[in-house]
Design a protein around this ligand. Structure first.
Ligand code: ADP
Ligand code: MG
Ligand code: MG
Length: 253
């Protein structure tokens, strides 16, 4: 069992007008097997948290800590974070002309595991995972992210998740832009990865609808760079009914 722990995290981004503080003291503890829904209005800093965990160079941690079983994640390079078992869906958002999905995934798997997967097993695993995600086998031969639709990007994300088998996954708005069928398929993929790997999940979302398919153990309401309230599933139901207004008013009062 593992623990990903965030303590007093303050993060700034560099803007034209100098540094701007976006995360203003975030505390969050995720253990293996737990799913945490991280919910907040647009611009509250959810993606900034995801990028900070990923080690994106644009986001400067000015104070606080992120540790994985006591190891200092902030001292790790992006690759080291992946090898330590952190999966960040937005880690490779770029288009990679000339690199097929199949090659890309095998390279990523090799990097994460420290050795290349046996080719025969790998091909079978990939085919199975793609079939379960209802992906056309031809998708494996396409260039990474080149001309991918929103739905294809999300499925590719979950395909990575299922094949790389991380200890912790940060999924940033995996539900955005998905129709209801794609949402179900993608959610089932996350649930499979949870069941087979005892994976911890930080599920960042603006809407509650994905939580009908991926059941959270904890819900955190994020307002203006801070966790404003925490609870169980009932908090998501409350958000669905009432929206963020109450929390926004409390934050500006
Ligand atoms: P969310 O994911 O909750 O919508 P973000 O983390 O994307 O929020 O953004 C939080 C705030 O930080 C917003 O006001 C956004 O404009 C600002 N921000 C995020 N990234 C940058 C950046 N690279 N440069 C300037 N401002 C940024
Ligand atoms: Mg946003
Ligand atoms: Mg965002």
């Amino acid at each position: 069992s593992s623990t990903l722990e965030i303590r007093g995290l303050h993060v700034s981004v560099e803007t034209e007008n100098g540094p701007k503080e976006i995360l203003r003291g975030v505390d969050l503890t995720i253990r293996s097997g737990e799913t945490h829904a991280f919910m907040g209005p647009n611009g509250s800093g959810k993606s900034t948290l995801a990028y900070s965990i990923a080690g994106h160079p644009k986001y400067k941690v000015t104070s606080g800590t992120i540790t994985l079983d006591g190891e200092d994640v902030l001292a790790m390079s992006v690759d080291e974070r992946a090898r330590a078992g952190l999966f960040l869906a937005m880690q490779y958002p770029v288009e990679v002309t000339g690199v097929s999905v199949s090659n890309f995934l095998r390279t990523a798997k090799t990097a994460v595991d420290g050795e290349a997967p046996k080719l025969r097993h790998w091909v079978k695993d990939m085919k199975n995972a793609m079939a379960e995600l209802k992906m056309d086998p031809a998708f494996a031969e396409r260039d990474v992210n080149v001309g991918f639709s929103g739905g294809e990007k999300k499925r590719h994300e979950i395909l990575q998740l299922e094949l790389l088998k991380p200890r912790f996954a940060v999924l940033d708005e995996t539900d955005s832009g998905l129709d209801i069928d794609a949402l179900r398929v993608v959610s089932e993929g996350v649930n499979r990865a949870k069941e087979t790997g005892d994976m911890g999940v930080l599920l960042i979302t603006h809407y509650t609808r994905i939580l009908r398919y991926i059941q959270p153990d904890f819900v955190h309401v994020f307002i203006d760079g801070r966790v404003a309230e925490e609870g169980g599933r009932e908090l998501a139901d409350q958000l669905e009914a009432e929206g963020y207004d109450r929390f926004l008013k409390a934050a500006t009062a």
